[in-house]
Ligand binder design. Structure first.
Ligand SMILES: [Zn+2]
Ligand SMILES: [Zn+2]
Length: 161
């Protein structure tokens, strides 16, 4: 009996760095009401291709991570187009000339907690001032790093005594 299962058309990197079609059997998504087997497909460059369960899991994971990263950067919309230390809030007056906010300015979490993106906890600093503030406050010492959605649990378990 011939196996007419369609194969996965997702491009994957080989060990040598080249690209080739995955070729695994397509993910079987059960039968339709008229008894035909349905296979999972995705759109790649406006073309519908079959996808296997391995590629499907990988893709879903990548999509979740993208969503998580996007959410993690939402506070960037509060970025102003000047360094707020021009009022001297860090103990000296910043005179940086900003011609390109996206590359020259950072949105700083005033209390050092990146989870606290309340607009009142945000200020726009140029990278020069941000570096100085981070050094002075030792933000990195008490920085709270959010975990990606399916990060493996922490390995430093509590010591047993
Ligand atoms: Zn595949
Ligand atoms: Zn500055």
């Amino acid at each position: 009996m011939a196996d007419d299962t369609p194969t996965c058309g997702v491009l994957r990197y080989n060990r040598d760095g080249g690209l080739s079609l995955c070729g695994n059997k397509a993910h079987n998504a059960g039968k339709t009401t008229d008894g035909a087997v349905r296979y999972r497909t995705i759109m790649v460059l406006h073309q519908r291709v079959y996808i296997c369960s391995v590629c499907r899991r990988r893709r879903n994971k990548a999509l979740r991570e993208m969503e998580w990263r996007r959410k993690g950067r939402e506070y960037l919309k509060f970025r102003k187009n000047y360094c707020e230390n021009m009022d001297g809030r860090l103990g000296y007056i910043c005179t940086a000339t900003i011609i390109h906010p996206a590359s020259q300015l950072a949105v700083d979490h005033i209390d050092g907690n990146r989870e606290n993106s309340d607009p009142k906890n945000l200020q726009t600093l140029c990278h020069n001032c941000h570096g100085f503030k981070t050094f002075r406050n030792r933000d990195s010492a008490n920085k709270v790093e959010p975990n990606p959605p399916d990060a493996s649990p922490s390995e430093d378990a509590a010591p047993t005594s």
